[in-house]
Write a protein that binds this ligand. Structure first.
Ligand code: TZP
Ligand code: MG
Length: 530
């Protein structure tokens, strides 16, 4: 991602100053980011392990504000910090060594001070060059002779990589660097040693046409304060004798308690460049409650554990909570409690308690030969939405909405329960996979059949564009969270009058030796195996 937009990211490049008399590197980075800096380099010429925490804090600040973080000189420090890249000098280890250790996605920059150095530098593993000093500088003790604006321009004309101007650059001279073909300007002292660093940084930001940030995100640190915030926004007292606040809550008696759990993990179930944190919260609740709907239970209370990397901001967590609270409120479900702990990736673990019916608890094992297999609504749309996100195709917004906002089908569950349907599950893994679960549990064979499947027009145009068959996506696609149910065809006849969007997806047969007779060559959708 960063590499695609590297030129943009290099525009306002701030480098921390370990020798600044008045402000610490972390505070410098905060000011620069607030003023619109597009990339930050951690530079500490006297680095030792005692500074590791400082470097981590600057990295986390960068991460939660979406600013790339680069480490000066030290490839292994860059690796240890999972930095976005490293900036090397002529006397440091080679760009090739950095590439080997940091991988293809890392951004690698190299300092070049004159044509000789440029001639000696192998640029094949570099992503940008830092050219300078353009003007006189007292920040770098061993700085070479100034190259001037003409030197800058001649570098930019010689190399195809973006060139970042460095050395003695101020708000007044930044513009001239851009006019001499710099992709970006890198500054240290004009911010770190200014009498009013923020004012100066804002001037530089505007010279770079980089807008100041109205809000500076800070990494989360107050677990208890955050949980309290979440509890404030949800109906905690509903169904509770003792609401959350003690070591555990005391629920009012629940008849036929039904309990379920689900996990949503960054990179497996969601990606923050596709979904807002609020959307992640909404979907996490919806898919967990969908399991209750599939068991004909009404939601009572939900518990949520968040595992969060240190770079996640307080406000991002609040956004996730906003989504969680909105969904819980919509379903009149209380929050029984929550926990936050540090982790390597964002992950939500949810546990829901529901109240089941007295008369019926549907099971996957209740399908019988002669039954039909039906879906309460359209399938494959979420999968096509996911694929259009992966392809970065903005043309299928309604499919993307289906991926982002599945709805737990409590409405459909009630109709099925009242009709006495006792074989139900929600479709999360895809029709073929989930029909397979029913077939296996019931000891039967399911023959898939999409003769009466109404293909959604958006799905059809998605498939036309990408040379796929709609049937393929309907069978393999997951995450629709419609209900898949089996019952006698005559019972379905009455159900179909009330459940307008439902349709037949297959037939239950005596076991033939394999559980699913599908369209050949089509697999069910597996999380983590995308
Ligand atoms: N490389 C070439 S000049 C320089 C470096 C690190 C120092 C830039 O600092 P300042 O304060 O922006 O002149
Ligand atoms: Mg160096």
């Amino acid at each position: 991602m960063l590499k695609q937009d590297l030129k943009k990211a290099l525009r306002f490049y701030f480098i921390t100053d370990d020798k600044a008399p008045a402000i610490e590197p972390l505070a410098q980075a905060k000011i620069a980011i607030k003023a619109g800096a597009t990339i930050i380099q951690y530079r500490n010429k006297s680095f030792s392990s005692g500074y590791f925490r400082e470097a981590e804090e600057i990295r986390d600040l960068c991460r939660c504000n979406g600013v790339p973080f680069i480490v000066n000189d030290n490839i292994l420090l860059a690796k240890a910090l999972s930095a976005d890249g490293v900036h090397l000098g002529q006397d440091d280890e080679s760009p090739a060594a950095a590439r080997k250790i940091l991988g293809t996605e890392a951004v690698i920059g190299i300092s070049v001070s004159n044509p000789d150095e440029l001639g000696r530098t192998s640029l094949s593993d570099c992503d940008y060059i830092g050219a300078g000093p353009v003007f006189a500088t007292s920040t770098k003790e061993d700085a070479k002779k100034e190259i001037g604006l003409s030197g800058l321009q001649s570098f930019a004309e010689k190399v195809s990589l973006p060139v970042v101007a460095i050395g003695g650059i101020t708000a007044t001279t930044a513009q001239s660097c851009f006019l001499h073909k710099a992709a970006g300007i890198a500054v240290i002292s004009s911010i770190s040693r200014a009498s009013d660093p923020l004012q100066e940084a804002l001037k530089i930001g505007s010279a770079c046409s980089c807008p100041a940030r109205s809000l500076l995100y800070t990494p989360w640190n107050d677990e208890f304060g955050l949980i309290e915030k979440l509890l404030k926004n949800v109906p905690a007292a509903l169904n509770m004798i003792v609401p959350p606040g003690d070591d555990a809550c005391l629920l009012a008696p629940v008849s036929n308690p039904v309990v379920t759990t689900d996990t949503q993990r960054e990179g497996v179930h969601f990606r923050l460049n596709w979904q807002t944190p609020e959307e992640v919260g909404i979907k996490a609740v919806e898919v967990t409650l969908s399991d209750l709907a599939a068991c004909y239970a009404r939601p009572v209370t939900l518990f949520i554990n968040l595992s969060l990397p240190s770079y996640v901001s307080d406000s991002m967590i609040e956004e996730i909570y906003k989504g969680v609270a909105g969904s819980l409120n919509r379903h009149e479900c209380s929050l029984g409690g929550g926990n936050i702990s540090a982790g390597n990736q964002i992950s939500l673990d949810l546990f829901a308690v529901g109240t089941g019916r007295n008369d019926i608890f549907p099971k996957r094992s209740n399908a019988r030969p002669g039954y039909g297999l039906y879906s309460t609504g359209p399938l494959g749309l979420a999968r096509a939405g996911l694929e259009s996100l992966i392809k970065n195709d903005p043309g299928f917004k309604d499919l993307v909405l289906k991926f982002k906002f599945p709805e737990a089908r409590f409405d459909a569950a009630q109709i099925l329960a009242e009709a006495g349907v006792d074989c139900v599950m929600d479709i999360s893994d895809g029709l073929a996979g989930d029909a397979g679960h029913i077939a296996k549990a019931s000891g039967i064979t399911v023959e898939l059949d999409l003769m009466s499947c109404p293909f959604d027009p958006s799905l059809v145009s998605f498939c036309r564009k990408y040379g796929k068959k709609p049937e393929e996506i309907v069978v393999a696609g997951g995450e629709d969270y419609e209900l898949l149910f089996a019952c006698r065809p005559d019972i379905y006849k009455t159900i179909s009058k009330k459940l307008k969007g439902s349709f037949q997806v297959g037939r239950c047969l005596p076991f033939t030796g394999k559980h699913i007779i599908s369209i050949p060559g089509i697999d069910s959708f597996q999380h983590g195996k995308k």
